[in-house]
Design a protein around this ligand. Structure first.
Ligand SMILES: Cc1cc2nc3c(=O)[nH]c(=O)nc-3n(C[C@H](O)[C@H](O)[C@H](O)COP(=O)(O)OP(=O)(O)OC[C@H]3O[C@@H](n4cnc5c(N)ncnc54)[C@H](O)[C@@H]3O)c2cc1C
Length: 402
């Protein structure tokens, strides 16, 4: 493992650092409410500045406005943005996951229409995958798209947990277009304008007080023929590409959320906490976990530096970081007490927001299953739905229960 920059990486880092030193003071605050349109607009404008400086879409091909660098280029930009204590791009889902998937599966017309405004923050995108009965089992989506004789599609159904839908211009939506084939086969991916007739967005307010994600309903919404991404019936393949980019976008190689140094400093400021063996033990466990994440992150970085994609074991970083950060929040709550938390927005937000991250981007149980099967070689989960047409699955499930 060699964590030193190559000469090219060092010069890229120097360029990024110099730009951030020159322009960092124009950046909006790193945190703010996504329900405040002035804050969202400031973040859009900052994303435009980052894009124009080559600090957004770092891995996108130059032909689509990107910087054409490998994943290490992205890691360098992330590290420098975090060092400069400025916010990164607003549309992480669009630029990190949906844009690269459009580049892989979209038509040339779709790429030239959508990628530029996405990169510059003029049109934010959202991911319309999860449904009330299709989360971990994503291929069970029931939102239906029916092809009309005039070539247009009629969309009906519901999505849930859609981050940023409240200000997104477009969504990438996974729908069922054929219920008479096995569930992974009858799916198609669509581009949906969020202001289409028949589309309703409703915010979901979380315990943190924010409404960062939404419910999405479509009632006879009409989509044009050219809304299909990657071909009719190929939606599962396109969805897997999005999920692969999602794994690289969230929780990758970072110590994230509960910085151990910050936590230790908060606790050390309290003399009775400092002397309490139980507090010291819990703090030690949290710091050890976060250190393990950091060193595993170095392994993943080394894989990237060699031009390879890290395997499913990289998913462990998310599980461990989130659990350690939840442990940190609980420890802080026990030591400082609820009154102190009310005044300290950073900790109260952390404590109320983190449990949700156990589900985002794949739940802990699913990530552990994947690691069990694909890294440790344990027996796979039973798959009763294999080869069964989607329309017959309910009957098959009833048979299995009986
Ligand atoms: C902060 C946040 C942002 C999100 N943003 C988006 C978004 O923008 N777009 C989008 O489409 N979705 C989004 N999601 C949804 C997310 O993808 C789902 O929450 C996730 O896929 C899990 O699905 P579910 O919530 O329906 O839980 P379920 O799949 O119903 O799981 C419920 C419980 O059962 C367990 N479980 C399920 N299957 C198994 C199994 N086979 N073995 C063992 N245990 C199992 C799970 O681990 C979990 O504990 C977001 C979620 C969060 C929390």
């Amino acid at each position: 493992m060699d964590l030193n920059d190559t000469p090219e990486q060092a010069s890229h880092r120097q360029e990024v650092r110099a730009w951030l030193e020159r322009h960092g003071e124009d950046a909006p605050p790193r945190t703010g409410s996504y329900e405040d349109s002035a804050y969202v607009d400031a973040r859009r404008a900052w994303q435009r500045r980052l894009a124009e400086a080559g600090l957004a879409g770092v891995t996108w091909p130059e032909g689509y406005g990107g910087r054409g660098l490998g994943p290490m280029g992205q890691v360098t930009v992330n590290q420098e943005i975090s060092r400069a204590q400025v916010p990164g791009i607003l549309d992480v889902i669009g630029i990190g996951m949906l844009g690269p998937s459009l580049i892989t599966h979209g038509s040339e017309a779709q790429k030239s229409r959508y990628l530029g405004p996405m990169l510059h923050g003029d049109e934010v995108w959202c991911q319309l995958f999860s449904e009330p009965a299709a989360g971990s089992d994503l291929a069970a989506v029931q939102t239906r798209a029916r092809l009309g004789e005039d070539g247009t599609w009629t969309l009906n159904g519901q999505k849930v947990w859609t981050t940023n839908a409240q200000f997104a211009s477009y969504g990438l939506l996974l729908a069922r277009t054929d219920a008479d084939v096995p569930k992974h086969k009858g799916l198609t991916m669509f581009i949906v304008p969020m202001d289409a007739a028949g589309v309703t967005i409703r915010g979901l307010r979380q315990i943190s007080g924010e409404a960062e994600f939404n419910e999405f309903f479509c009632d006879d919404a009409t989509l044009t023929e050219d809304s299909v991404v990657g071909g009719v019936g190929n939606g599962w393949g396109t969805a897997l590409t999005v999920l692969m980019f999602e794994r690289l976008t969230i929780g990758f190689g970072s110590e994230g959320f509960g910085s151990s140094a910050q936590l230790a400093a908060s606790l050390a400021a309290d003399p009775s906490a400092r002397a309490d063996t139980d507090v010291r033990l819990r703090l030690g466990e949290i710091v050890t976990e976060l250190l393990a994440v950091r060193f595993n992150g170095y392994r993943a970085l080394t894989t990237l530096a060699k031009g390879q994609i890290p395997g499913p074991e990289a998913g462990l970083a998310k599980v461990t970081t989130v659990n350690a950060a939840i442990g940190a929040g609980e420890l802080i709550a026990d030591v400082l007490g609820p009154e102190a938390l009310g005044a300290d927005l950073q900790w109260s937000y952390l404590i109320s927001f983190l449990p949700g991250l156990k589900s985002a981007g794949g739940t802990e149980a699913i990530l552990r299953n994947t690691i069990g099967e694909r890294v440790l070689g344990l027996p796979p989960e039973p798959r009763l739905d294999k080869g069964v047409p989607f329309s017959e699955l309910r009957a098959k499930e009833r048979e299995a229960v009986a």
